[in-house]
Design a protein around this ligand. Structure first.
Ligand code: BT5
Length: 279
């Protein structure tokens, strides 16, 4: 699966490649996961979806050193320079009821936030699929359901900006770990990836095995880590309608609760804009 890039595409020398020996050698480090690193891919979500359709079991992780056509939600783009970010997708085959699947992006975002906090970053989640540092987006998640002869699968795609410079970021509201570290050297991507996968695995197992109790606990932990809850928000609903209100919590199905006009609406999908609370 390895494709090499041309000499002109080479990233700066201070962006070392992922350490394949660490990622492939130690099963105790990443139990149940099989990590494949590719030099270049259009979209790791698309690659893993292909493997899922071909019957690949749960646990495949594909990481691209350079993702050239990264996907966001609603056909948006996810843009990252070579070796400046972590861009990877994990193949899962959840056994929980389909009604619980909307928890996957939330639990994945929660797991990313937790892994970043464990290495000293003050990360928060933004409902439904962003991870923020200092109010700016450092990571985005795209979870896609894939039908396959072996049953439905979920592809969890994660993009995390690591050493990306301000000039390389596609939008003003984005940031990277390096930019938020006040000039400290960018963290080692291999160690970060191992931490992210371990955190994701832990949240996933707890969710799969814990039933409704685990979802109630997740809703509580998610709301506590969520920068959206307690804020005035504008939610751009899939219908195109905006909903203005105050985010007051996350319900047992992972929906964002928005108080407005004397009532509460549970929002299952939408883009949230954090509006500055009025003084
Ligand atoms: C997301 O979509 O945030 C989901 C991003 C998922 C990317 C991963 S990388 C591995 C895997 N393979 C894929 O093909 N995708 C996944 P959304 O909420 O729609 O946000 C997309 C928007 O974020 C864009 O329209 C830009 O405004 C902004 N954006 C693009 N690249 C960014 C970056 N590197 N950092 C921060 N924001 C970015």
């Amino acid at each position: 699966m390895t494709v090499s890039t041309s000499a002109d595409d080479r990233p700066p020398l201070d962006r070392p490649p992922l350490d394949l020996a660490v990622l492939s050698a130690d099963d105790a480090l990443l139990p149940g996961l099989r990590v494949e690193v590719v030099e270049e891919a259009g979209s790791t979500n698309a690659l893993v979806a292909e493997w899922a359709r071909a019957g690949e079991p749960e646990g495949l992780v594909v990481v691209a050193e350079h993702q050239t056509a990264g996907r966001g939600r609603l056909d948006r783009r996810w843009e990252t320079p070579p070796r400046a970010a972590l861009t990877f997708s994990v193949l899962l085959r959840p056994r929980v009821a389909p009604a619980s699947w909307p928890w996957l992006p939330l639990l994945s975002g929660y797991a990313v936030g937790k892994a970043l906090r464990a290495v000293g970053h003050d990360a928060a989640v933004k409902w439904p699929n962003d991870v923020l540092l200092g109010g700016r987006k450092v990571a985005g998640l795209l979870v896609e359901r894939v039908e396959s002869p072996a049953g439905p699968a979920a592809v969890v795609g994660i993009g995390l900006n690591v050493s990306t410079t301000r000039d390389e970021l596609p939008v003003e509201q984005a940031t990277s770990l390096a930019l938020e570290s006040g000039g400290a050297a960018a963290p080692d991507r291999t160690a970060l990836l191992v931490g992210l996968l371990a955190s994701l695995g832990e949240s996933y197992v707890a969710w799969q095995e814990g039933g409704a109790d685990a979802e109630a606990r997740l809703a509580e932990s998610y709301a506590a880590a969520c920068d959206t809850v307690g804020r005035d928000v504008r939610v751009d609903l899939p219908s195109g309608e905006p909903l203005h209100g105050r985010a007051s919590g996350v319900d047992a199905n992972g929906r964002l609760l928005v108080d407005h006009d004397g009532r509460t609406t549970a929002v299952a999908a939408g883009d949230v804009v954090h509006v500055r609370a009025q003084a």
